[in-house]
Design a protein around this ligand. Structure first.
Ligand SMILES: NC(=O)C1=CN([C@@H]2O[C@H](COP(=O)(O)OP(=O)(O)OC[C@H]3O[C@@H](n4cnc5c(N)ncnc54)[C@H](OP(=O)(O)O)[C@@H]3O)[C@@H](O)[C@H]2O)C=CC1
Ligand SMILES: CC(=O)N[C@@H](CCC(=O)OP(=O)(O)O)C(=O)O
Length: 309
């Protein structure tokens, strides 16, 4: 029998994108709740308990509530929110993190989707820690720019509706200026770095796509690796055929600029190893769609692992 899938929050930004990826599939039964009932707890409870897998596209508190409403019914969960990303009882939904992560996701009742920025940062940092090249107390900095859909319905309205009192007119703005962004804990948990990274995100006036940038001093890394060593560690980790692709060094070297919309519409992620050989610095960049590999696309990849067991 086709597994029943319920998207709690199907009318929000992440939820709508998951619906568009699943609506024509015949191997699942997609349950759908009328929009006007989306906040009716009795109806949600019934849907959550009847589903084989519920995908939560809700704010953190509502996601916690959904789990409490149906975990005892055996419903399996994929949570797109931040609520469970550093919880050891939840499988972290980045299958490319380690060789056994896909199996862990496939077998889990509870799977937490990574944040969009975290997906890029963890993808660049974790393999270098695993390879012994990046000491866990390295003072990591992460700089990023995201499309504005990353902020959900609220930020979309602020960027697109200039008649609002809280409209944002800027073409590009920096935020999380206190350095207290909610993705920092999950980045530390899933890379193993012990010194809190400095994370400076920004938003641009484009809907989808993002660049996540981790610049490193090679002489502060273990054994002072070359750019080629860093590139090899990432390439070995992801191998060929992965949804995470490491651009060849020559391709990275030939980029005069990187466009944050490069991966818009894709559920894959591209990593670049830039810098100047001999200058002692490397500039790592992850390019992804915040709603693709950064959210909805990743949720569907996790769903497929869970369905296939
Ligand atoms: N946008 C992105 O790029 C990413 C988002 N995420 C995460 O995914 C989750 C959803 O985000 P996003 O889709 O952007 O947010 P949106 O604001 O676009 O959508 C959230 C949806 O949840 C519904 N909702 C809010 N509160 C409740 C509640 N108490 N009970 C039932 N439904 C509720 C909203 O309903 P209503 O329409 O009534 O407001 C809305 O449909 C968040 O946790 C976010 O952090 C993760 C990675 C990337
Ligand atoms: C541009 C923008 O506002 N982005 C969001 C993060 C989006 C994301 O990854 O989602 P989670 O909320 O699930 O972590 C922010 O910085 O809060």
């Amino acid at each position: 029998m086709a597994p029943k899938i319920f998207i709690d929050g199907e009318h929000g930004t992440t939820g709508l994108q998951i619906v568009s990826r699943l609506q024509d599939r015949s191997d699942i039964e997609l349950m759908s709740m009328p929009a006007e009932q989306r906040r009716d707890q009795d109806v949600r409870t019934r849907f959550l308990r009847e589903a084989d897998i519920a995908i939560l596209c809700l704010p953190d508190d509502a996601a916690r509530e959904s789990v409490a409403l149906a975990a005892d019914a055996g419903t399996r969960f994929i949570d797109a929110s931040t609520a469970h990303r550093s919880n050891p009882d939840w499988a972290f939904g980045f299958a490319e993190l380690s060789p056994d992560q896909a199996e862990r996701i496939a077998a889990a009742q509870f799977v937490s989707n990574p944040g969009c920025y975290s997906t890029g940062a963890i993808a660049l940092i974790a393999p270098l820690v695993t390879a012994g090249l990046l000491p866990t107390d390295y003072p990591v900095t992460i700089n990023a720019v995201s499309g504005y859909t990353g902020g959900g319905k609220q930020l979309i309205a602020q960027m697109e509706d200039s008649s609002r009192d809280d409209a944002i007119a800027a073409a590009h703005f920096a935020y999380a200026l206190t350095l207290a962004h909610k993705h920092v804990p999950e980045i530390m948990t899933h890379t193993g770095i012990t010194r809190r990274p400095i994370f400076t995100p920004a938003v641009g006036r484009f809907a989808q796509g993002m660049l996540v940038n981790v610049p490193l001093h090679l002489d502060l890394m273990s054994g002072t690796p070359s750019m080629a060593d860093v590139h090899s560690a990432l390439s070995r980790h992801y191998g060929s055929g992965s949804v995470v692709e490491v651009a060849p060094l020559a391709v990275s070297a030939s980029q005069p600029r990187l466009d944050p919309e490069e991966m818009t519409g894709s559920d894959r992620m591209k990593l670049y190893v830039c810098g100047m050989e001999g200058a002692g610095q490397v500039n790592l960049v992850a390019s992804l769609d915040n709603l693709g590999k950064g959210a909805s696309g990743a949720a569907v990849q996790n769903l497929d692992l869970m369905i296939r067991g």
